[in-house]
Design a protein around this ligand. Structure first.
Ligand SMILES: [Mg+2]
Length: 418
């Protein structure tokens, strides 16, 4: 047993050299790689980390919600941890993005990478260069050519135009220029359409079918998220109709129950849950298993930040699908580059001619650069055992806080894992 003795949370902003214009949020450039980092400290001295992408200060109160559920719990009891994270989410903010931190601890305690704990083995991973911005056909061809020269054999481009003809024109230009050299995927980013600043195109089944036809004629390798995330009937119809494999499933925050239904109904041909956003490592492993059972492909989404990439890299090696479809490698120079994406990591995940050597370090395979964390991170929460007692008295009053403490001791914080 390795009990949780302290929880820390940091808001991290790693400034980009130049603004990044994500295709998925039109008109709303990012000026930094922004996320919240959780640091779980155990009695044994072993620490685990995970990170969730952030927009503003939306997790400011999360620590106060989560600490009473987790302090003193066995950090390696994955079933109990998952139960607690589920309980937290009922009335508060979702916290499944923290779950990988506990696998990090488990791996470090057993001196094994997480993928080994889960039955995977160390082997090179093929990557595809995942672009992030919408570009003109000419600029896109040039960008894809650069990725090819760097050694990538696959690339994913983004389309987000109101006119289908303009989207097709871009795919056509890239396919004609580079289609004989590279596999080309296309992401429509329709699953979680965002219109916070500017309007964004909204596809229906008819447009998705037309675009899928064009992609098939141009030899596209896969088409990602051409429909809203909960348009299940249309997804089923499209996946059955399309000559190009349809992929999706990166941000289904309900996790396994929803993805299980989608797998059984064959909403997509390729499932790409992100272990940071779709219920954590344990649930995503089950998604991979179900994909195998239903003869569908699993490959993780990775575009959040360097820690999210590291988590999903472990999933690729654990899920048994390495080599089936390349792993997403977010790269959009000059803004979204490896140094910024992996800014907090001591060793960055640099590719080697489109391949990645598997991390051998125990846990999630990275170490935090605390100097960088100090520079770019702001700690907004820290609570240990004494802090929890003080907080309970302030929050509930002495009499009730003592009563809760007695109940906790009587029941045992490591009980209830049904
Ligand atoms: Mg995508």
């Amino acid at each position: 047993m390795s009990k949780i003795k302290c929880i820390e949370m940091y808001h991290v902003r790693i400034p980009l050299d130049t603004p990044f214009y994500p295709s998925w949020i039109p008109g709303y450039p990012s000026i930094d790689n922004r996320f919240d980092l959780v640091r779980i400290i155990t009695d044994s001295g072993v620490e685990g980390f995970s990170a969730g992408p952030a927009i503003a200060s939306e997790r400011k109160g999360l620590g106060y919600l989560i600490a009473p559920y987790l302090i003193d719990v066995d950090a390696t009891d994955m079933k109990l941890i998952q139960q607690r994270l589920r309980e937290v989410s009922y009335l508060g903010v979702r916290a499944n993005w923290m779950e990988p931190a506990f696998w990090d601890i488990k791996g470090k305690l057993e001196n094994k990478p997480v993928y080994e704990l889960l039955g995977g083995k160390a082997e090179p991973v093929e990557l595809y260069a995942s672009t992030g911005e919408v570009k003109s056909p000419e600029a896109r061809v040039e960008e894809v050519r650069q990725r090819y020269e760097e050694g990538f054999k696959s690339v994913k481009i983004r389309v987000h135009d109101f006119e289908i003809e303009n989207d097709i024109r871009q795919v056509e230009a890239v396919a004609k220029a580079m289609g004989d050299k590279m596999k080309i995927g296309v992401d429509a980013n329709q699953a979680w359409r965002v219109t916070i600043v500017s309007d964004a195109p909204l596809w229906d089944l008819d447009r998705a079918k037309k675009f899928a036809d064009a992609c098939a004629d141009l030899g596209v390798a896969w088409l990602e998220e051409p429909l809203p995330m909960d348009a299940y009937e249309d997804q089923i119809a499209l996946s059955a109709y399309s000559r190009v494999p349809i992929s999706g499933g990166e941000i289904h925050t309900n996790g396994l129950p929803e993805l299980k239904m989608m797998i059984e109904r064959k909403c997509y041909n390729i499932f790409q849950p992100d272990a940071i956003m779709t219920g954590g490592i344990a649930q995503t492993m089950e998604v991979a298993r179900l994909c195998r059972e239903h003869h569908l492909i699993y490959t993780p989404h990775t575009w959040t930040n360097g820690i999210g990439f590291a988590v999903n890299l472990q999933m690729m090696l654990a899920g048994g699908f390495n080599g089936v479809k390349p792993l997403e490698y977010p790269l959009n120079p000059p803004s979204w580059i490896v140094e910024k994406r992996d800014g907090l990591l001591q060793e960055k995940f640099h590719h080697d001619h489109g391949m990645l050597h598997p991390p051998k370090k125990p846990g999630l395979g990275f170490e935090i650069d605390f100097k960088e964390l100090k520079k770019y991170g702001k700690r907004f929460f820290r609570m240990g055992r004494i802090g929890l007692k003080i907080y309970a008295v302030r929050d509930k009053g002495l009499k009730t806080a003592l009563e809760i403490d007695r109940n906790r001791k009587k029941y045992g914080v490591n009980a209830n894992k049904k």
